[in-house]
Ligand binder design. Structure first.
Ligand code: NIG
Ligand code: FE
Length: 413
């Protein structure tokens, strides 16, 4: 059975942004059509265009469910390409400490931070992690998200990292991409980063691969966390095993993460707060997507990444929440887009491009999601307001409907 979304007042296909690989996105690249229709067959987009041009064979088709979208704006579902969705507990007390002047690194050095979430996550059951993960995923869906990336990295041992990924793999009603982030912090069982990375590469990655629990490997390269040289060797090993790679890069100090990302052909470098002109030029010339996470910058009270310089140099930019209990305890896409506009001087078309086509590239899903084009997955967001009101008003949640793989998964219309 097909679904025809007809009489769409304003359709943003993002086809232009997709054709440009998500670089230099301008308003015209939103590829806006008026009085358009989108035909969905099974989980795919089968036809897009002005309603009056809908081929007769389609309109005569039996079993075609027509939905009148009069007054609605339709765009691709958002792609949330960097989250730590699965974890137990919270770190609200640490947030208070940070507000009183204790630094993130200082808290980590005292055994708090990632290690405090590790303790709670190790003792949680897979069913508990899965249940809470689904609730959080539902919250993303209600904001128009149809693809979410989910990292492990709060268990830091074989058994419980697998448990995190098992929980992540149960999440339903949107597309999920799982990432192994065992190299998030040094667990108490290991003395050196090198020893721990060897353990991950030799004992954990082969199991993750065999059980098909994640297709990507991420490392937190940072002063006081994973050093550049050892991380690079580990990432090469991961690539040899067939994993895609990405890096938490140059967040708190210029630690070489983006340099490794470019040299190894990572899918993305994430955070990139401390990069200088040299790294920006190298990123812009590469296929690495710059994943910018301004909600984490707000919570850690730091500067914001140089989005303007990156975009003007020709880099592909994506935005994400970095939802996690420490540095970014928020799932609010609206906040992320607002910060990108207010603090990073991104234009609205750039923000929309970053949250669709840019983020699709960060997940190597650019053939599948991020724009409304024939053959792509029918991941679609319908909102009752004009697209210019997106990422504009604090606390604003327009009424909407969300389709994931051609199935309605949310509606407040
Ligand atoms: O993306 N930077 C490293 N990892 C997370 C923080 C994780 C945490 O503090 O729990 C981040 O900001
Ligand atoms: Fe992160």
């Amino acid at each position: 059975m097909g679904i025809l979304l007809k009489n769409i007042s304003t359709l943003l296909t993002l086809q232009g942004a997709s054709a440009k690989g998500g670089r230099h996105v301008q308003e015209e690249d939103l590829s806006i059509q008026t009085n358009a229709s989108v035909l969905i067959e099974k989980d795919r987009i089968a036809w897009v265009g002005p309603h009056k041009k809908l081929p007769k064979e389609w309109s005569r088709k039996k079993n075609l469910k027509e939905i009148d979208m009069k007054g609605l704006t339709v765009l691709p579902g958002f792609v949330e390409c960097h989250t730590h969705l699965i974890f137990a507990g919270d770190r609200a007390a640490e947030f208070e400490m940070r507000n009183q002047g204790v630094s993130y690194q200082e808290i980590a050095a005292r055994g708090g931070g990632i290690l405090s979430t590790m303790k709670k996550t190790r003792s949680a059951k897979v069913s508990e992690l899965a249940k809470e993960g689904q609730d959080r995923a539902n919250h993303f869906i209600s904001q128009g998200v149809t693809t979410v990336e989910i990292k492990s990295g709060y268990a830091l041992n074989l058994k419980d990292e697998l448990k995190m990924l098992e929980a992540a793999n149960t999440i339903k009603n949107l597309r999920t991409i799982c990432t192994f982030l065992g190299a998030h912090a040094l667990p108490p069982e290991f003395k050196t980063y090198e020893e721990y990375l060897n353990f991950l590469g030799d004992k954990v990655l082969p199991v993750v691969k065999k059980k098909k629990l994640a297709r990507r490997v991420d490392v937190f390269i940072e002063k006081g966390f994973f050093p550049k040289t050892e991380s690079e060797a580990y990432l090469r090993k991961a690539q040899e095993m067939g994993f895609e790679i990405l890096i938490h890069a140059d967040q708190m100090s210029l630690s070489g993460g983006s340099d490794v990302a470019v040299r190894l052909g990572a899918l993305s470098g994430d955070h990139l707060l401390q990069v200088s002109d040299k790294e920006i030029q190298a990123l812009a010339k590469s296929e690495v997507t710059c994943v910018l996470l301004p909600a984490a910058d707000l919570y850690t009270k730091t500067n914001y990444p140089r989005a303007r310089d990156m975009i003007e140099a020709g880099a592909r930019v994506a935005l994400a929440t970095d939802f996690n209990p420490g540095t970014s305890p928020t799932q609010d896409l609206n906040l992320v887009g607002l910060l990108a506009r207010l603090e990073m001087k991104m234009t609205l078309p750039e923000v929309i491009g970053a949250y669709t086509v840019g983020a699709a590239h960060a997940l190597n899903l650019q053939q599948e999601v991020g724009s409304i084009e024939v053959g792509k997955s029918a991941d679609i967001l319908c909102i009752e307001k004009d697209w210019r009101t997106l990422f504009y008003s604090v606390g604003d949640a327009p009424k909407k409907a969300v389709f994931s793989r051609g199935k309605k998964v949310f509606s407040s219309l």
